[in-house]
Design a protein. Sequence first.
Length: 349
Amino acid sequence: MRLSDFDFDLPEDRIALRPAQPRDSARLLLVQPEQGMSDLIVRDLPGLLQPGDALVFNDTKVIPARLSGTRARDGNITVVEATLHKRAAADRWTAFMRPGKRLKAGDRVNFGEGLDATVVEKHDGGEVLLAFDLSGPDLDQAINTRGDMPLPPYIAAKRGEDAQDRSDYQTVYAREDGSVAAPTAGLHFTPELLTAIRERGVSTHFVTLHVGAGTFLPVKTDDVSEHKMHAEFGVVPRETADALNAVHAAGGRIICVGTTSLRLLESATGEDGVIKPFADDTAIFITPGYRFRAADGLMTNFHLPKSTLFMLVSAFAGQATMRAAYEHAIADGYRFYSYGDGSLLWRAA
């Protein structure tokens, strides 16, 4: 597969800079491989599900992971910006740094108000390992105080982060600190919608995948198979695995809310289709030809051209189906990306 196989033209005005209000008033494109497409809204979701189905959510919580600071060396001061993307220890984070070429191992970086770090290692692509002077809860509190919400590049390029993003860029069920990007399909849910889903007889389950900034990195290899995913840490609790296996055994469907919960669930599922407890890194890269083991449905937003996420939805519902769906969404004014509208996809046979 070539990268060009996943390209499409998207007008700039389709990129959403703010979410729909209320959250569940966003549009929802129902995509059924054999029955075609229907234009709905997220609030219609309960009626698209059947009693005995299960929704799987990613309960990770976005931290204000973008830090601005300075590096001092030989009397020279350089302004730098760090986007934390994966915790390595109680006092250590890997981060993408700008300007990464100006840093070297041993450099000290001051992020203000007593938040200081040392560059321990320097990797390719502007990635570094930072060792902070603070550790554990003290470091968490300092990051929360000093950091900004890490809005996706396609939003940050058009406007700055503000106080509204602190709530908008967080799901209503977020509880496990650690992500630097929101599981954006979950942004459409309200407490009222969750209640309506449960009243429909659909169970809700939670897994945790801490989304890294690598989710925004472009694919740079023309041969898709040569792309390497950044690892992210995820947890599927035993009780969740057991409950979801019981859903399948009873004939129910598993619908993942977001590509993050789908990637984690597929990582935790064996060739026999049995979902197992999981607590590890995953760098699963799903492209057309992948055989899905756990997920029957996927609710997800509309993704970037040539992105790993567009490759994933193409694998899930079919390349021709998704190209037609995106053409319809663009022509009909759907809003794209993290703050945009959603789609409900059923797995291609």
